[in-house]
Design a protein around this ligand. Structure first.
Ligand SMILES: [Zn+2]
Length: 85
């Protein structure tokens, strides 16, 4: 008998992974360190949906000229969730 494959798509890196059978109902992230981090914060999607953060994701300069700037370092997302910007 072929069992149903319970692969899930990681909400962070969008790749498929095998969730822990004990955790299949609520595991939305794969085992990569960055994705575990995103899972813990649980805020990355909500944060990314905010207009101010969309600008940051698009790496646009706040001066409004559309100039590209460097993206925030990953530790900003992890430790501050961009809340201090
Ligand atoms: Zn992932």
């Amino acid at each position: 008998m072929i069992r149903h494959m319970r692969k899930r798509k990681c909400k962070h890196c969008k790749t498929f992974f095998d969730p822990d059978p004990r955790n299949v109902g609520r595991q939305h992230y794969c085992a990569k360190p960055l994705c575990r981090q995103a899972s813990k914060s649980g805020q990355s999607e909500a944060l990314a949906a905010q207009p101010e953060n969309q600008r940051l994701l698009l790496r646009l300069c706040p001066c409004g000229t559309g100039a590209a700037v460097a993206p925030p370092p990953s530790w900003v997302w992890a430790t501050q969730g961009l809340s201090g910007l």
